[in-house]
Design a binder for this molecule. Structure first.
Ligand code: FES
Length: 281
């Protein structure tokens, strides 16, 4: 059993939990994910790792209520436990293996949308710990939906908060801020990491293609079982077929076919859609 040491509501339908899982905490790297199961009959839920404390043996997860399982999960309190907490899974972020001196020469911008702030945080924190200050654009629909602002502020070079309705920070989509930073404010970036809703990642990639900034995206949103067996996370990446849970979750965003991925993930939401996909495979 994996005990919940802290349970906190960050925003409407968004929750944070610290879970005691020393083995996962001792091995995990930024970019990886875990699979949690509440009980024997519970659904397997893949969640990206938001933070880890190797000494305390804890993993921080952040999740959004999106279906029956995550609604049940949101009811768990401090002192409750998960039946399974499997990880770390997936490949760590590419930069973890890059030459540190080369990495230090790069200017990196992260674009985090909604709960995408959760997987972005450990990456920016890792870079900060290695002497690299990345810029972060943190976007949300409204002021109330902005999460992890304080945490990101502590580790980012510059943090730009944007809200779609202009209720806090800059007004408009994350893409407008990125475009302004590069086109009007003279910023240059060698690489971009965009994590958030698929539609956001698609439009960030369209922009960064135009701006010629290589871009990594994290395809967590399309995972279902997280084990390479259900096929839900199948992706077209350039001329290759990849599975987000075993080959990713991070990919070259300029090669990902987002329209196909969004169509597949919509189909996976219904029984009928899943049956159609089975026929196509
Ligand atoms: Fe099921 Fe990847 S999430 S195969």
């Amino acid at each position: 059993m994996y005990k919940i040491l802290k349970a906190e509501k960050l925003a409407d339908k968004i929750f944070l939990m610290d879970v005691h899982a020393p083995r996962v905490a001792s091995h995990c790297q930024p970019g990886q994910f875990v699979i949690v199961k509440m009980d024997d009959k519970g659904e397997r839920i893949p969640l990206t790792i938001c933070d880890y404390d190797r000494e305390a043996g804890t993993i921080t997860i952040v999740f959004q209520e999106v279906g029956a399982s995550t609604i049940r999960m949101a009811d768990l309190k401090e002192g409750d436990s998960f039946r399974d907490f499997v990880g770390p899974l997936g490949c760590p972020s590419e930069f973890v293996h890059e030459d540190l001196e080369e990495l230090k020469k790069k200017k990196i911008v992260f674009v985090a949308g909604g709960v995408g702030a959760a997987p972005v945080y450990p990456q920016v924190k890792w870079l900060h710990a290695h002497g690299i200050e990345a810029d972060v654009i943190l976007g949300a629909k409204t002021k109330d939906m902005v999460i992890l602002e304080k945490e990101l502020e502590a580790v980012a070079g510059n943090l730009y908060v944007t809200t779609d309705d202009g209720s806090y920070g800059r007004s408009g989509m994350v893409t407008a801020t990125l475009e302004d930073l590069v086109s009007k404010e003279g910023k240059t970036y060698d690489s971009c990491v965009a994590i958030g809703p698929m539609i956001m990642m698609k439009f960030v990639c369209l922009l960064t293609k135009k701006l010629e900034i290589p871009t990594i995206v994290s395809m967590n949103p399309i995972m279902v079982d997280g084990t390479g067996m259900c096929g839900a996370c199948r992706l077209q990446v350039g001329d290759e077929i990849k599975f987000a849970c075993v080959d990713g979750p991070e990919f070259d965003g300029h090669l990902v076919d987002f329209d196909q991925a969004m169509k597949r993930s919509r189909m996976y939401k219904t029984e009928e859609g899943r049956a159609i996909l089975k026929l196509q495979e």
